[in-house]
Write a protein that binds this ligand. Structure first.
Ligand code: DGJ
Length: 729
């Protein structure tokens, strides 16, 4: 890792172990992008930038240099209005109504470490020597606008983390119309775009399409990252697959409305940019104030998608997630949601917890319905006081009894919401997002609290903290079950109303920071109707996320496979639920439900008291196995061997960093008559070592397992699967 500066040529060379990213300051002061790809030696890069005169429809910066046109120049943070007709990285409106800006290089700094982004989540370095940061100051001298571009490279991670800070150093007031986190111009466009699309209960399906001329984008206008499109995008060379070909990954560390786009221009170059969605966004930038964009994390891989994913996994696991639980084994949990929904009392809860303890589980989670008068989803959000009708002896008593059974106690909250039928709403009807005179659109019978307001955030911090300090709570499930409508705040002036959605996210981050640091021992899991806000921004505060409300084992193959494109298995909540499955009505064997759920943070979400003795025996065995292998899943490297998006079979293997242990899972969705014999080639093992295949009484060489492969044992029936532990001997 290094950031090298050549003052003669005015060139910056950002080096990771495997990639190079090269930027040049032109004589005109424009910041040009020269190269991003496989690592190259530091040498003379003077000739990398080829410029040539174009027709007059590509205007020139100066009459004396007809080859320099912003319309064709590959740039790092393009402005709007003076010759570049492609998508700008930022745009602002001046007091005179103009939206034209002109940025030129002013100076730069290279230093060890990585500073925090004010008020925003971001990747971090624990020691100064783990990372190097380059800051480049661009300046518009007419209006005294400074844009500070920040680039960080890490010692053990092949990524470039980028963000921008816009500072108003002049006397006039600006209105920011757009402030993206990154922009880069790639010299080619023969790529496919990979996105993760979905819906509630069907999150993060892989979707690949060829780039075409013009703009192609994915975005959210929901005020949250959303189930529909994840704040991630990759460009894949045409031949790229799981293990080969060039891939460029872009991941945004942000939880609100975002955009990620690629514009292919007339000369077949591709401008990639990403950041806060400019749709319905403006930000007033007063003299002396600044605006910090979220961080975009960019990965180049010359070894396909699998390698890109593992780069994200390692970075996000160790330098995005934080706190005590980042490196601790995550408990096997039992959650009562699908067992009882809102219909429970203390006895029922203790019955389930008791059974969980008998089966070896470690944490009981009390889900929705313990507070206010919440017998259905139509009331009480905001009234965070225990419902004595259901729990007459209170939460502390229940939690202590659960503890006495040998389980830790976890609790569900939905702190960003308010039910119109709640004491909180009756007392503070202006505490929700709303626009005066307009109907307040409800979703799941609830409204969104106005987290752009400091007083609302402070009140919620207090309410949640009060509960967490009165009962021995070891885990919190932080849910969020609707998106924003009528986005407006009662306390912002008219010219700041369009700041509300981003201010909400800043408020949310402050609330999460405050609560998680007040209760460092609690394990926090985020949730949004399953995986509706599974993004890197939230992972900074809460190291795991409920992956999807869909717990059907077959559905989970696609959901977990797609999620793993960016996010490590140790961030994914994965539970075994009852059959027929509550979301899709399918009945799959308990073994297959277990094998799928064991590929994440394992748990159960069903009425354990109703299980047959045979199922209980299977569950006991699953819990025992998971405890033995969870360090491999939670902290190892994942290799996707067979994709559920491509066929009837799915296989994943998880391998510890030292390659001494591995855990393989294989799934066949539908049985086939007279099927061909399957053999899977494993990955990630040490070719030079021998591995014991647990339960098979077999020892095989890593080289054989990875090159010849493993013969898949005979499987019977639909939805069949097997799992296998491997230990180097
Ligand atoms: C949505 C979550 O995804 C579920 O797991 C459950 O917690 C419900 N909300 C409770 O309302």
């Amino acid at each position: 890792m290094a950031i090298l500066y050549n003052p003669q040529e005015n060139i910056f060379h950002l080096q990771t172990d495997t990639a190079s990213y090269i930027i040049r300051v032109l004589k005109s002061g424009h910041l040009a992008h020269l190269y991003w790809g496989k690592g190259i030696r530091n040498s003379n890069f003077e000739n990398l930038l080829k410029m040539q005169e174009r027709a007059s429809f590509s205007p020139n910066v100066s009459g004396s240099d007809k080859a320099l046109s912003l319309d064709t120049l590959p740039q790092e943070y393009p402005a709007y209005g003076n010759g570049d007709f492609r998508t700008p990285a930022f745009q602002l409106k001046l007091e005179n109504g103009s939206t034209i800006t002109d940025l030129r290089y002013q100076n730069h700094r290279i230093y060890s470490g990585k500073p925090k982004l004010e008020g925003l989540p971001a990747t971090y370095a624990e020691q100064e020597d783990e990372a190097e940061t380059l800051e480049i100051d661009l300046f518009d001298s007419l209006i005294s606008l400074r844009v500070i571009l920040s680039y960080t490279v890490f010692k053990n991670h092949n990524v470039v983390a980028r963000s921008a800070r816009l500072v108003n150093e002049g006397p006039q007031q600006f209105k920011l119309l757009r402030a993206l986190s990154m922009s880069v111009d790639l010299p080619r466009c023969d790529y496919d775009l990979l996105q993760l699309q979905g819906a509630w209960a069907r999150e993060r399906y892989m979707e690949r399409r060829p780039l075409a001329h013009g703009n192609q984008s994915i975005e959210s206008r929901r005020g949250a990252s959303g189930h529909q499109l994840n704040p991630f995008m990759a460009l894949l060379s045409k031949n790229a697959g799981e293990n080969y070909g060039e891939v460029y990954g872009f991941s945004l560390v942000y939880s609100g409305s975002f955009i990620a786009q690629v514009e292919v221009d007339q000369f077949d170059t591709a401008r990639v940019s990403m950041g806060i969605n400019p749709f319905d966004f403006t930000w007033k930038l007063e003299p002396g104030s600044s605006f910090q964009t979220p961080e975009a994390v960019m990965v180049y891989s010359d070894r396909g998608l699998g390698h890109m994913s593992r780069e994200y996994h390692r970075l996000y696991r160790s330098r995005l997630c934080r706190g005590k639980h980042r490196d601790s084994s995550r408990p096997v949990l039992i959650n009562n949601w699908e067992a009882t929904y809102f219909d429970f009392n203390a006895e029922k809860i203790l019955d389930i917890a008791r059974e969980g303890a008998n089966l070896g589980m470690e944490l009981f989670v009390l889900d929705d319905g313990w507070f206010g008068k919440r017998d259905s989803d139509n009331c009480s959000l905001g009234d965070w006081f225990v419902d004595k009708r259901k729990l007459p002896d209170g939460l502390k008593d229940l939690a202590s009894k659960v503890n006495q059974l040998g389980l830790k106690f976890g609790l569900w909250f939905e702190p960003e919401m308010i039910s119109p039928d709640s004491d909180l709403y009756r007392a503070h009807p202006d505490w929700c997002l709303h626009v005066p005179g307009r109907k307040r659109t409800e979703a799941r019978n609830q409204l969104v609290l106005d987290y752009s307001r400091k007083d609302v955030c402070d009140a919620i911090i207090k309410m949640v903290s009060d509960i967490l300090s009165t009962a021995p709570v070891a885990y919190v499930k932080w849910d969020m079950n609707r998106n924003m409508t009528e986005i407006g705040s009662a306390v912002l002036p008219a010219d700041r109303q369009r700041e509300t959605a981003h201010r909400y996210i800043l408020g949310l981050y402050r609330v999460m920071e405050e609560i998680t640091s007040r209760f460092p021992d609690i394990l926090f899991e985020s949730c949004s109707g399953g995986g509706g806000r599974f993004d890197p921004g939230i992972l900074y505060y809460m190291p795991q996320t409920w992956t999807s409300d869909d717990t059907d084992a077959v559905e989970r193959l696609k959901i977990q496979h797609g999620t793993s494109i960016v996010y490590p298995a140790g961030t994914m909540g994965a539970h075994v639920s009852a059959v027929p499955n509550h979301q899709v009505g399918r009945s799959t064997p308990i073994e297959t439900r277990g094998n799928a759920a064991m590929c994440g943070n394992f748990g159960y979400e069903l009425d354990l008291t109703k299980l047959s003795e045979a199922d209980k025996a299977a569950v006991r065995e699953q819990v025992r196995t998971y405890k033995e292998i969870r360090h491999i899943i939670q902290f190892g490297d994942m290799y996707r061997l067979l994709s559920p998006f491509e066929g009837n079979e799915t296989a994943w293997i998880f391998v510890t960093e030292d390659k001494s242990e591995a855990f393989l899972t294989f799934f066949r969705v539908l049985a086939q008559p007279h099927a061909p014999l399957s053999r899977i080639r494993l990955e990630g093992l040490d070719e030079a070592r021998n591995y014991k295949l647990e339960g098979m009484d077999l020892i095989m060489g890593g080289d054989i397992l990875m090159n010849f492969g493993l013969n898949v044992p005979e499987l019977q029936g639909d939805y069949a699967s097997f799992s296998l532990g491997l230990k180097a001997i």
